[in-house]
Design a protein around this ligand. Sequence first.
Ligand code: ARG
Ligand code: ZN
Ligand code: CA
Length: 253
Amino acid sequence: REQVVTIPVVVHVVHHTPEQNIGQEQIDSQIEVLNRDFRKANPDAAKVPDVWRDLVADARLEFALARTDPEGRATSGVVRRETPNTHFGPDEAVKFSAKGGSDAWPSDRYLNLWVCELKDYLGYAQFPGGPAETDGVVIQHRAFGATGTAAKPYDLGRTATHEIGHWLNLRHIWGDDGDGCSGTDFVDDTPNQSGYNGGTPTFPKVSCDNAPNGDMFMNYMDYVVDAAMYMFTKGQVERMDAALAGPRRSFLP
Ligand code: ARG
Ligand code: ZN
Ligand code: CA
């Protein structure tokens, strides 16, 4: 794919307390992070070890708050809903107004981002091919954007980068096999890796059979803290492109 594709985004801010009703600045900061990370324009990409420098890829995707709502009216791309629910879990309630959430906008035209008090998770995403009513990404407001309520060490907007990776069919880089060496992320240029990495690892971190370079823990699809993740690979971008050419083709011009 040659051209850069812009994904229209609707942010559903589902709040029970004033703190959870995050400000526009925090929303804008998240969109800015996405527009750096998915264009290889994030300055920390310079930290990628030399051995992987050539693999760092520009996904050629941009994100913009929607300017037209599903009925064709002008919109800010932000929906604010007060909720009686003190918090949400991974049970999808936040995606339904009847359950105290906010209904999805048509998921073939919008990327739905729900921001709320999410218990026990930073975020979760739906892979391509699932039901439209639940399609999109949910993010804990303290892990959303890079200002406002965003709190260390998840205050650089990378939870959304990671979750949108899933929304575009990327798997976790360690292959979701616990600490095994047989799981795969179905991407050829990411090293085979045992389990997930957390915190801020030091290069090289060897597992399975991946010496001397070890795990590509600085990949957005590992579990390290926000400041420690800063790349997608060419193979991952091919996989995202396949999702955009396939189940998510309605986003192509
Ligand atoms: N636990 C979440 C998931 O598996 C997201 C992890 C995001 N990591 C981060 N550094 N923000 O989808
Ligand atoms: Zn994940
Ligand atoms: Ca593994």
